[in-house]
Each structure stands twice: as structure tokens, then as C-alpha cells.
Design a binder for this molecule. Sequence first.
Ligand code: ARG
Length: 559
Amino acid sequence: MSIKDYVVSIIKIDKVEQAEVEKLLAVPPSKEMGDFALPCFVFAKTFRKSPNIIAEEIVSTLKHDCIKKAEAVNGYVNIYLNEDFFTSKILTEIFNDLDNYGKQNIGQGKLALIEFSSINVAKNPHVGHLGSTLFGECFSRLHENFGFNVKRLNYLGDYGTQFGKMITAYLKWGNKEDVELRGVDALQELYIRVNKECEENEELLDECRNTFLRLEQGDKQIKELYDWFVKISLDEANKIYEQLEVKFDDYRGESYYAQFNDKTLKMLEEKGITKEDQGALIVDLNKYNLGVVIVKQKNGASLYATRDISLLIERYNEYRYDKLIYVTAVQQKQHFSQIFQIGRLLGLDYMDKVHHASYGMISLPGGKISSRKGAVALIKDLFAESTSVATEVLKERQTIADNIDELAKSVGIGALTFSVLKTTANKDCVFDFKSAINFDGETGPYLQYTHARCRSVVEKANIELNDVDFSLIKNAFELTKELEKFPQVLVDAFNDLEPSYIARYAISLAGEYNKFYNNNRIITDDAKLTKAQVALTKIVKEILRKCLTLLVIKTPDKM
Ligand code: ARG
């Protein structure tokens, strides 16, 4: 029960519903006016008395341990809480069921599909995919926290004429050892080269188209090469996923769903929502302000949108999910609005289960890896640079660790992750290595550091935390109030799909704890007080760990 609910429960006014009290009870503008104030003006009519007399009468009934003082002032009941009462009550409740604190089972028995990361084969994942990966993993973990059975789907960009080009290029100029050694980098070079040559060489372009056709027809040699490219791409991506501890359940991509395109097109035509336009087949969504979607090109080829319509239909047929969330950059908002509108026009009765969550642009202010030069920043370069800046910072701080390289990775990549997820969805995020890897700012490393500090306090104290008497703790009301907010923060983040709520919350919780830590000696001569304060530290540590984990950030033991 929240502090407010508790206070409401002890305010009993004749002929007035608790719900009414709940609605009226507010936090006054300044602390001098109490922790809560109840305006009595609306009761004047019912009781035929002045608001202040009513306030005085209510004050006289408010005798409870949880209230230090209540006063009638200008028609308000100003309530001053007994802070130690609540500190003790709330901390005891949290501590007694710490593992489950913030968890809920609203998703029990329900299946949530989160589609995210969705990288493209034979291309290096870039900063845009990083956003999708981080937001998607955060949503997945949030749904698990709320009891959902979660499936993580990586919808690979693995289809299209570009693969005809890739394979043709490899057959012409490729070198097995080089591709084995340099992986996606080598493939991308081949791709750039073939694209350039195709511009001037119509014959080569035809050859590439033909290779793609052979791929679609299942030509053994071509298919083997293609599968090899997919494997190389996934091996590369897995290095990123391993670092973030992200595991996918399903990697079926565009090529898998393309096989349903004929069925999809037939369905669209039968519903009468397509029409011909200069040889192509289109769905006109201008009526909905969503423009026109081409579903079949003049030459018969399908498009990204066509495959997404197939995906929409087939995925539900297969999974019968309760909820599906696509996670992409905001640039694809229009695309998904179109696909969803087509879904509604097709009469799919599960469109209310389907959501698109997007995030804004992630950019870098400059330096070594800048997104300004036209080239998109690659995830592997971002990871390497964050790690190297973190290594410097740890050196400056003279940090000693068993595995300093691992620690630098956790800190550097954690800083990057925090910067992305603390950004309100759809707002742009500018990532600056130096300020993000600062232990004193509102950063990932600051949270990791506070977590490690809590952990070391608990470890050093090395006491059994049974029969804890939290009533001995003084001056921890602000910190306690912060701890009490945690479950609601998760609910809000879940409902609004806003990791930034968790990020901001973690920062203010860490701030409150650090204040408490600086103002109080945790280990004292009083064994019982020490025990209570260590237990409080353990609560903070656990909740920070939960926040960081939800934010896809590692929590090193020592820093
Ligand atoms: N592979 C695409 C890209 O890199 C993202 C795919 C998003 N998901 C989808 N169902 N269209 O932009």
C-alpha cells in the first residue's frame, strides 16, 4: 500500500466515501504546509458548516502512529507524517519480499512477441540497429517482469536483388580466405564494388538479377554461398548480442516470409483493395493520409512492404500471440502505419494486439566516429571507442579489478546504452563519449558505481540480515519514498513503453542513497542499527541492479 493510500485509509469522515478523500488529498506546494493537505471546501454544503470548522473536526479524529501532527489551516487539514513510522513500515515490507518487489503477473499465460534489432545480412549493424536492439531488449525484459512469456524475434533483412549482386561479386572477385578472415567487412567491399560497376555495365546488372533468380529457385551452389553469408553476418552480430546478453528465439527474416507473397497478393486483390498503376500493383491509402503503397513492381518483384504484409498475417497464424511489438527507428513510422492500415482493410481481427514502438535518431557530436561524414556509425566501432574511453577513465581513477578489460567493456558499453535508453522515445539522442563515461554525471557508470558501492558495503559488513528492525533508522524518509516508487515506475514504463522512466528513476534513487551514505555512518557501534542500515543498503543495491538489468546494462561487482 502506498503512503497516500495508507493515509487515506485512516481518514474517516462521516457520509464521505474513501474514494472522494483519495481524490482530494494532495501534496501541498511546500513542505512547511505538511506532507499532505485535505481541502474541506466541498464538504461545507453537506455539513452546513464552514470549511475550517470541518477541518478542525477532522483533525480531532486523526490520532494515529503514522501522523506526527495535523492542523486545520484556512479550510485545509494539513497532515505531517511520522516519517520514521513510514520508513520502518515500507522498508520492512520491501525487505521481506525483496526478490519479487516490482514484479507482477498481469502477463501470466500470455505470449508477447518483441521484434527488434532486425539487422541486414552482409551489412555491418549500425547505430540505428543499436537503438532497436536496446529498446527491444528492454521491452522484452519489462514484459518478462510482468509475467509474459516473451519471444525475441530478429527479422533479418536477407532478401532482395542485392543478394544477387553480392553473390555475383563474390563469384567474380571474391576470395574465400579474405571473407573468412574479415567477414562482413570483406562482403561490404564486394558489394560497393559491384554496385559501382553495375552503374556502367548493364550486362553485369542482368547477371546479378539472374543470380538472384537462381537463388530464389534454389540453385545449390548459389544457395550455399548465400547461407554462408548469412552465417558470417550472424556470427558478427552475435558478438554484439553476447556483449549485451541478448538472445533471440527466431531469426526468420524477409526471405522466409517472401514465400507467402503470392498468397498475400491474392488476399489483397480478393478484398479489392489493390489497383493497377502503370503496370505496378498498389494500395491507395490517401484516404487515410498514408499515401500509396506499392505491393508489386512492374517486373513482378515484391517489396519490403509486401513482405511485411505477409509477415503480419503469417506470424499471427503461427504464434497466435497476445501482443506484438515492432521496434524500429522513427523513420519507419509511416511504413508501419501503412502496414497496419492494410491489416485493418484486410479485416485482420488481431490488429489491436499489434504495436509499433520507435525511437529517435542517435548521433554523435564528432570525434573519431562521427555520423556527420555521411558514413553511419557502426555498432562495433561504437563499442570499441566506448571501451577505450572507459579504459582511460578507469586508469585515471586508478581502479583495480581482476579483469580490467571486461570491466572497461561493461562500463563503456553500459554508458552508451544508458545514454540511448534515458532518451525519451522518439527524441533524438546525442551521444558524447566523454560526458557519458563520467562517474559523476547522470550516467550509466554513475549507477554502476553506486551499485558496486552498495554491494561492497553489504559484503564488508558481512552480517546475517535476519530480524531487521528498520524503526531504528533515522533520516531515511526521502530515500524510502524513492524506494516506494519503484513498482509504479515499472508499470508506467511498461504502459508507455518508456525506458527513460526507469533511467531517470535510477538516477534519483542513486542520488538519494548517496546522500544518505554521506550523512550517516552505515557501520556503527550499535549492532542493531548497523544491521538495519546494511539491510537498507541491500534493498538499494537490489533495486539498482533490477533497474540496470532492465536497461540492458551490466552490474560489475567492483569498480
Ligand atoms: N531490417 C530493417 C532495417 O534494417 C528493419 C526491419 C524492421 N522490421 C520489419 N518488420 N519491417 O531497417
